[in-house]
Design a protein around this ligand. Structure first.
Ligand SMILES: *Cc1c(COP(=O)(O)O)cnc(C)c1O
Length: 212
């Protein structure tokens, strides 16, 4: 049951010693609108999707329920308009050009789009994200983007050494006292992430079951 799973995940979050506030984000990629509705009925408000077309269907069906939508997948230029129009948060910014398009396309009647930079914390050539060395340079450009608010960082560490990677992320964000969001921790490692300072955890499998 999705409702029981949510209770269990929340209990795992509470079991970790932490002083920061931690927001549970339900990652509903590949799951049906009905399954997501079950989570919402159990009180879940923050929802995340990786694929735009799939997300738009759910966002449309679930309108009017006061949800907060997070985009966490890779972003091509031709997707920025719909993302700017339909989401509250974007976790997966790795290029200035994408940030600039989201800024220019954010509808004027909506609040600023809250964004995170995705960090390639383990320097993995095959992975998305900004290298730690590139963060400061990329950040200097954000001041000109008046329709975005840069709030922090997201990472998907290599599972073989996630503890060290979480600690490294925590040290990186400490150098930016104006940033307050660390999006890290998934089903298998949420406790480690929270112990290192995660403020958003992104949970799919342990809420909705194994993806097929
Ligand atoms: C799928 C996904 C998650 C959720 O992962 P689980 O292991 O199913 O909890 C979190 N973050 C991102 C970026 C994802 O793509």
């Amino acid at each position: 049951m999705i409702k029981d799973n949510l209770v269990k995940v929340q209990a795992r979050i509470n079991s970790v010693n932490h002083t920061q506030s931690v927001t549970l984000i339900a990652v509903s990629k590949t799951r049906s609108t009905d399954e997501l509705q079950q989570a919402i009925d159990a009180g879940q408000q923050h929802c995340a999707e990786n694929y735009l077309q799939e997300a738009l269907i759910k966002i449309n069906h679930l309108k009017g329920q006061n949800l907060i939508w997070h985009f966490i997948g890779p972003i091509q230029s031709n997707k920025t308009l719909k993302i700017a129009q339909n989401f509250d948060w974007v976790h997966s910014i790795e290029r200035f050009k994408i940030a600039q398009r989201l800024n220019d396309q954010r509808p004027k009647n909506l609040p600023k789009l809250k964004v995170l930079l995705q960090i390639n914390i383990d320097n993995e050539p095959s992975k998305s994200g900004v290298l730690v060395e590139g963060i400061n340079e990329l950040m200097t450009h954000f001041e000109s983007l008046k329709n975005l608010t840069l709030r922090g960082f997201m990472c998907i560490p290599n599972p073989s050494n996630s503890t060290q990677s979480f600690v490294r992320m925590a040290n990186v964000i400490k150098q930016h006292p104006n940033l307050d969001v660390l999006s890290m921790g998934m089903s298998h490692d949420l406790e480690l992430a929270i112990a290192s300072g995660a403020t958003f955890v992104r949970i799919g499998t342990d809420i909705f079951g194994k993806r097929i």
